[in-house]
Design a protein around this ligand. Structure first.
Ligand SMILES: Cc1cc2nc3c(=O)[nH]c(=O)nc-3n(C[C@H](O)[C@H](O)[C@H](O)COP(=O)(O)OP(=O)(O)OC[C@H]3O[C@@H](n4cnc5c(N)ncnc54)[C@H](O)[C@@H]3O)c2cc1C
Length: 392
């Protein structure tokens, strides 16, 4: 039986939003309902990224939405967060595509690029005509990217790049990769480079056999003597803090996105529990143990909404620190995964079928818990913030 999403607002959360914020949220929600929900289960089964939505999402202004100029929508951080929530209510893989394109590819060009680089890339990326990816993780360096082996060597007016990147979202469909590498002539300082993916020596291969984020492209990248002009260096990058600044943008969006996945699971489980009958012809929603699960979910979703909103309000005032963003990412992804597991349980056997969105969200959230800083790495970031002691 098809269950239609009705939205989730227990504590008049909407009253905390401006008209403009609600409009952005509702527009994205309708887009997802009309365009993604009808095809997402087929995409998930086939392991297919719904590329046909790239242009329509550009037309909605979803790429680089919180950037100003270059054709970007100039949304507030709260508006951007609400967009992420609605995208992930549809699917974490589609939200990942938009997050990576916007926060991990467009943002570094915007924040660290020359004016010429911004003019060249941002307008076409905003229109979805060129797609970006972000290459930081390597086969041997995930949580500790500072150990990376990818190298850039200066040769005349070029850089020559060598290395391997792993688990790169949109890697094989990207036109441009932001590659993080140690520069040999600058004492191995980490810098960011714009690498057009058609250059000789650049290869992207998709990772198959994923049980999670199946509607998202995930690739490994290999760079063998890839030559790029020196003008492809992102001039304002310097050290590990540059990619970490990009990750802060993306993690902020995930803090909101996870709420969307949780809402989808909760609302589905609530509706199901009201029509599914077991014992004395009563809906399972009438059993105390089922109510306890629904109560846990709606309480945690409501707390997560308030947390994400406060971090967003702080970010709009330029006051959100990495520790605040870590709290939102860590808490909200954990709570969404717990909601997905409880919702799956409430649906009984139906919970494992893709007639309902729950198992897909649950599997997706396992990746979301790991990428952009694992749950435990965010624990250490918050721990460092409150104790002043680095426990990595
Ligand atoms: C679907 C998907 C898409 C991705 N997309 C991208 C992308 O676009 N670009 C990109 O660069 N990367 C991407 N990643 C990579 C992702 O960021 C890494 O997987 C993540 O940083 C964790 O690294 P790892 O998988 O190597 O795990 P590891 O770093 O090996 O960690 C394994 C376990 O050890 C724990 N651990 C590690 N260090 C410590 C410590 N000091 N203390 C306590 N526990 C610790 C971790 O918390 C984790 O539980 C993606 C990953 C996935 C799954």
């Amino acid at each position: 039986m098809a269950i239609k999403f009705r939205g989730v607002d227990f504590l008049e959360f909407d009253s905390l939003l401006t008209d403009e914020e609600r409009l952005v949220r509702d527009t994205t929600r309708k887009f997802i309902e009309d365009n993604l929900i009808p095809i997402i289960e087929e995409c998930n089964r086939a392991g297919r990224f719904p590329r046909e939505l790239v242009k329509p999402m550009a037309d909605l202004g979803l790429y680089g939405a919180s950037l100003k100029g270059y054709g970007c929508a100039g949304m507030s951080n709260v508006e951007y967060g609400l967009v992420m929530q609605e995208l992930e209510r549809g699917d974490s893989g589609v939200r990942s595509f938009v997050s990576v394109h916007s926060s991990l590819a467009m943002y570094p060009i915007y924040a660290f690029g020359s004016e010429e680089q911004k003019q060249t890339w941002l307008p076409v990326m905003q229109k979805g005509e060129k797609i970006g990816c972000f290459g930081l993780t390597e086969p041997d360096f995930g949580s500790n990217p500072g150990g990376m082996r990818t190298r850039a060597r200066k040769s005349g007016k070029e850089y020559i790049l060598n290395g391997e990147k792993m688990w790169i979202t949109s890697g094989s469909i990207a036109d441009v990769a932001i590659i993080w590498a140690k520069t040999e002539d600058e004492d191995n300082k980490i810098r960011g480079f714009l690498v057009e993916t058609g250059r000789p020596g650049f290869r992207a291969e998709d990772i198959h056999g994923k049980w999670s984020l199946r509607a998202s492209v995930t690739s490994s990248l290999s760079l063998q003597d890839v030559r790029i002009p020196e003008s492809n260096l992102l001039p304002k990058t310097g050290g590990l803090k540059s990619p970490l600044m990009c990750l802060s943008q993306a993690r902020y969006g995930i803090g909101w996105g996870a709420i969307g996945a949780a809402m989808a699971c909760y609302d589905c489980a609530l509706q199901y529990s009201l029509f599914r009958k077991q014992f004395r012809d009563q809906p399972i929603a009438s059993h105390q143990l089922v109510q306890e699960k629904l109560t846990w979910m709606i309480s945690e979703i409501t707390k997560a909404q308030l947390l994400a909103l406060q971090v967003g309000r702080l970010k709009d005032k330029d006051k959100a620190g990495p520790q605040h963003i870590s709290m939102s990412k860590r808490n909200n992804v954990w709570m969404a995964l717990e909601c997905a597991r409880m919702a799956r349980d409430i649906l009984g056997a139906n919970g494992i079928a893709d007639e309902y969105p729950i198992f897909r969200h649950m599997a997706n959230l396992e990746s979301v818990k790991t990428y952009e800083g694992t749950h435990d790495i965010h624990t250490l970031i918050i721990g460092q913030s409150v104790t002043g002691i680095d426990a990595f």
